[in-house]
Ligand binder design. Structure first.
Ligand code: JB8
Length: 264
């Protein structure tokens, strides 16, 4: 996969030389190129912004500069998608990361100040480019660079051959189960007087699986009730419903449904 990131702060993306994404680049699995937007300016001061029409606070990034950059990086009829981090975008989720990981070429346009002149996104959409305006969540950053870092890492680790053990990809949080991950433990078995839950030392695989699912359900109900509400009708067996009823104090939640209980 190829990813071009355009920014006025290329050094912000230096972290992508490190760790798993850096390894993927060195292995040739990810062709990641970071560009300085100011390379496409044409004045002595390398100006990328100007005052907003209609007035108001701050500055807006000029469409002419962005247009020259994106014309160079988006092939006229190629398979590239344009990703624009924006606090006004759709939410970037694991599902969005999975979808982007199937693309051949992404161009990520990092805005600063009050954002990029709105005509830029319109223009490339009209030209037939698929454009995703994406937000990490309900908070505001100073620019798109940190969001680009997050997106490149989330996408990069899904590329075939990047994560050492593919099993760790299917078992993780925000995977197909629609639940948060269960708590994990390692040695020593007692630390600060706290013991690892007995069941995890029992060697009883089915009981361990059931305990982990119970913990995942309790944790999700407490921290992310929105994820419980979004579960499909068949996502929960009878035991799941009992655990949730207990966790939420809902006496009615445990009725109905068959079992994929460990001991059933
Ligand atoms: C200017 O919060 B964010 C974000 C904030 C921004 C820009 C892009 C993204 C551009 N401020 O994800």
């Amino acid at each position: 996969m190829r990813i071009d990131v355009v920014t006025i702060f290329p050094d912000y993306l230096a972290a992508l030389d490190l760790s798993l994404v850096g390894k993927a680049r060195r292995a040739g699995l990810l062709d990641l190129r970071v560009h300085d937007l100011r390379d496409w300016t044409d004045d002595r001061h390398r100006t990328v912004d100007d005052t907003p029409f209609g007035g108001g606070a701050g500055m807006v990034m000029r469409p002419d500069v962005w247009g020259r950059a994106l014309d160079d990086l988006l092939p006229a009829d190629g398979p590239a998608r344009l990703v624009v981090p924006s606090p006004s975008g759709e939410v970037f989720t694991q599902r969005r990361a999975e979808a982007l990981a199937t693309e051949e070429h992404l161009v990520v346009a990092c805005g600063r100040y009050e954002g990029i002149d709105a005509r830029v996104v319109e223009h490339y959409r009209d030209r037939g480019v698929a454009v995703d305006e994406l937000s990490l969540g309900d908070y505001v950053l100073n620019g798109g660079e940190v969001a680009a870092l997050v997106m490149v890492e989330a996408v990069g680790r899904l590329l075939p051959g990047v994560v050492g053990n593919p099993h760790s990809l299917v078992e993780e949080s925000h995977g197909e189960a629609g639940l948060l991950e269960y708590p994990v433990y390692t040695k020593p078995p007692v630390w600060q007087g706290r013991e690892v839950p007995d069941v995890l030392l029992s060697g009883h695989h089915a009981r361990i699986e059931r305990w982990r699912r119970d913990e995942a359900l309790r944790r999700t109900a407490r921290r992310r009730p929105d994820m419980i509400a979004a579960l499909g009708e068949d996502a929960l067996d009878r035991r799941d419903r009992e655990v949730l009823a207990e966790a939420t104090g809902d006496a009615d939640a445990s009725v109905g449904e068959a079992s994929h209980d460990a001991d059933a």
